[in-house]
Design a protein around this ligand. Sequence first.
Ligand SMILES: Cc1ncc(COP(=O)(O)O)c(C=O)c1O
Length: 398
Amino acid sequence: MGFDFETIIERRNTNSVKWDGLEQKFGMADASDAVSMWIADMDFACAPEIAQAIQDLVAHPVYGYYNTQPELLPAICLWQKKRFGLTVEPENLVLGSGVISLYAAGLQAMTRKGDGVIIQSPVYYPFAKTIESSDRVVVENPLIEEERDGRLTYSIDFDNLRTVAAREDVTAMIFCNPHNPVGRIWTPEEQRKVAEICCQNGVFLISDEIHADLVIGNHKMVPFMKACPEHSGHAMSVTSTSKTFNVAGLHAAYANIPCAETREKIQARMTRNRSGGFGYLGAAAMIAAYTKCDYYADGLCKQLEKNANLVYDFLRERLPQVRVSDLQGTYLMWVDMTHVGVPKEKVERFLLDKAGVIFDPGAWFSPRYEGYGRMNIATNSATVLRALEKIEKAVKSL
Ligand SMILES: Cc1ncc(COP(=O)(O)O)c(C=O)c1O
């Protein structure tokens, strides 16, 4: 069975964060013809098996309190086993309404107010916000940027990681694995080095694996708990179906926390935060996704590879002054527009007002990345092409 990832569902006027209210959000005069490529959800319909599972639930017209479906934990364990060869013990799982609420509870349970938490910028901006709103302090270990074979590639600065992890005040790290926005899938060796440094310095490691299923080409994703089983006692991994199956609005995520003492502490914190709610519809979606929709995840990865190749080819042939990251995982490409001919602090407005294309601005991920942007390619290839043509037209009109 296959899925048609070239047919797009109209999302305007559905209260979609990605497609509605853009004028207000981005200060645009008129966004009716804009191509929206910001925020991380997809323009594809979800798998019919998921839609059916939800329809079956809502057909019963009582939406009261509920117990989580007994099929849920086995479905999660099944997925982790068949996709990654990872054995997950059902009792090690902690459920939550989102990945962020789970790692926020992890931070609050495992660190103290005022402690430092390492992140590797440029990185998904809610990491810093969650650290700060938990009264902890952001400690940066910036990624190293290089250009290889015409593409941007990123690596971990292990020397600096050793230095910051050794600081007395630093007690946790949020590791984006795969890395949003630069698209790296960290190898098992890289993960082990990070884990060793964290472990030697008593730094609790949170591995955010929300993009783990989105693997491009021949790359291979090895989850942290598989790459570093010997360090699992001082770590948690967190993921959900929201990215792979486009169900972010259904609020269901889970953490794998092998150490019982750590798990209890984090579970207690979830209860204290009142953030343990797991969407009943989200659970139904997760069960359907993990038991019936491998074909959807496989087809999606192929579509993303096709779109990424389209971006590489287009930029090489028609816009070589724009550089882009080498996409190994995620559906997010990291684009350097600092050489298009406008000052880097004006790139965001240029894209919005002259090209009519919406990216998440680079500065959201780190002030060092003004003039960059994050392009979401989880759409059909015609939309990716339309966005690139709009950018080309705007750049050539300068
Ligand atoms: C790395 C990463 N973590 C977490 C999230 C959000 O997770 P949730 O909506 O489940 O809190 C996203 C969404 O884009 C993400 O890219």
